[in-house]
Write a protein that binds this ligand. Structure first.
Ligand code: DX5
Ligand code: ZN
Length: 216
């Protein structure tokens, strides 16, 4: 079952998205990772509801939506209507995180919280038991194809300790610079969900690249 593999569509071919979605349907990938960027929280803009709705029509696996936007509360219902199964918000963008998480869950989605590389795991102490997933960013969010930040391994260990101590159920997801060289160390450290963009869509054979991560 683990690791769950979630290829990031940010690195897909937007001129032929259908082909990449069908490829992922046929592959051993588990989820579709969808990166939503608003040009304010991160210095990049990606795509919004209409594209996600189209993806949902074809995708045969859960949509794991990662919001890199300010004030995500405004759009929770919109993402549910667009077809999101998992909805993750950036800790740094939420003033009332506990309420945001509750609203995601009351809209029948799984709730995730994302920590930027500089945000310590300790900030989740009082909310971890409410979460279905914690995403540790292993690059600064905004772009695909960046290099992996090594301190992520320490953060996984800290997060694992917190989850066990609180008897919580949250999955540990890693996003940014994941590839076949660091994946086994990540999984051994406690990662359960691996996001990979450039590594999958930049590979000569994306099926093989996904399977390599899956075999870890
Ligand atoms: C970065 C996004 C990532 C990105 C990962 O802001 O959250 O999901 O697409 O891409 P790679 O795997 O290429 O680092
Ligand atoms: Zn992401």
């Amino acid at each position: 079952m683990y690791p769950i593999i979630a290829p990031s569509l940010l690195s897909a071919n937007f001129l032929d998205l259908k082909k990449d979605i069908i490829m992922l349907n046929k592959s051993t990938a588990d989820w579709f990772h969808i990166d939503v960027m608003d040009g304010v929280f991160v210095p990049n803009i990606s795509f919004g509801f209409s594209i996600i709705k189209q993806i949902a029509l074809l995708a045969e696996k859960p949509l794991d939506v990662h919001l890199m936007i300010v004030d995500p509360d405004r759009y929770i219902e919109n993402f549910k209507n667009a077809g999101a199964h998992w909805l993750s918000v950036q800790y740094e963008a939420c003033t009332h995180l506990h309420r945001t998480v509750g609203r995601i869950k009351s809209n029948d989605m799984k709730a995730g919280v994302v920590l930027n590389p500089h945000t310590p795991v300790t900030v989740l102490e009082d909310v971890i038991s409410d979460l279905d997933l914690v995403l540790l960013m292993s690059v600064n969010p905004g772009f695909g194809g960046q290099s992996f930040i090594e301190n992520t391994y320490n953060k996984i260990a800290n997060l694992k300790e917190l989850i066990e101590r609180k008897n919580a159920q949250a999955l540990i997801q890693i996003d940014g610079g994941v590839n076949a060289s660091n994946a086994s160390k990540l999984v051994n450290a406690g990662a359960q969900v691996l996001v990979a963009g450039n590594y999958v869509f930049g590979a000569p054979d994306p099926h093989k690249a996904i399977q390599k991560l899956k075999d870890i």
